[in-house]
Design a protein around this ligand. Sequence first.
Ligand code: PEP
Ligand code: MN
Length: 344
Amino acid sequence: MSIVMKPKATKAEVDEVIQKVKSTGLKVDVSSGEYQTVIGIIGDEKKVDFDQIKAMSGVSDAIRIQSAYRLVSRGYIPKDVKVKVGTVSIGGDEPPVYISGPCSIESYEQLYRIAKEVKEAGAHILRGGAFKPRTSVHSFQGLGIEGLKHLKAVSKDLDMPTITEIRSEMDVDTVAKYTDVLQIGARNMFNQDLIEAAAKTGMPIFFKRGFGAQIDEYLSFAERIVAKNNRKIILCERGILPLGGSFKPATRYTLDLNAIPAIRKETPFPIFGDPSHGTGRRDLVLPMARASIAAGAHGVMVEVHDRPQEALSDGPQAVLPDELRQIIKVCDKIYETINQSESA
Ligand code: PEP
Ligand code: MN
């Protein structure tokens, strides 16, 4: 249920409604807009007497929302949400934001070299994995804390905010000390303990769609972040696996471009495209980055390596720094063209 207060409702009236909801054991998420306050109910809304709430002083309307992702829906937060990372503002009408860097942090020198190049190419946020989710136990698992230390040092040396993946809820407090954004990867999209632990830090969460997740499942798990009072969510379409046994795609995953405008319609939170994991192929990263921005993405995440042949993970999909420069140039142009034609 969403309880919409009258524009002139007093603080005492708002508080009384909140108390009434809380007395049933449910939690609330309060959205105070310019004109009015909307109170969202977290939990089983059947516990609240709809008619009694409607009759309370200062209440304009009470709307039943059955959706499992009501707190992240536009019904609840109509206006685009912008997420701040350092001085970078993401979402809404902001120009595209570029998150770039290597798949894995391999050493301080490797990260510094690549970070310098991606910064010069126009990237805003540096990425690099230290706790890598890998299919095989025999593959490089990431440098762990040592990698996080390199990330923090390079961030300071180059004055660039950072993002890194958090794989276990046991590491949340540690990882949070070393980065500006916590990434929850595709393999952990359904991991509710991890999501809730990450959300509780209050930090921005880069929340990737699972490769087998329907959009409503994806948003239902994003709901858990808002339910922990964290509205700093950045969504990311990173490719799905087509269902069915006999169909053999040309790419590692299939970047679901439909999801970008579909998700924008459902929710006010920013959505990114990830053409690197979405294709798994260096030669397809530029066209699918362009397509992501054309579809309405608020930014793209692109993996870069200056020596892809030596990369310890995801070398085949890493673009060179010069290719990133080109991607950013073209994506900015596409964004400007769309912006101009839509405001004309
Ligand atoms: C990554 O960004 O390095 C990563 C592992 O991504 P995903 O979770 O989308 O596979
Ligand atoms: Mn990767």
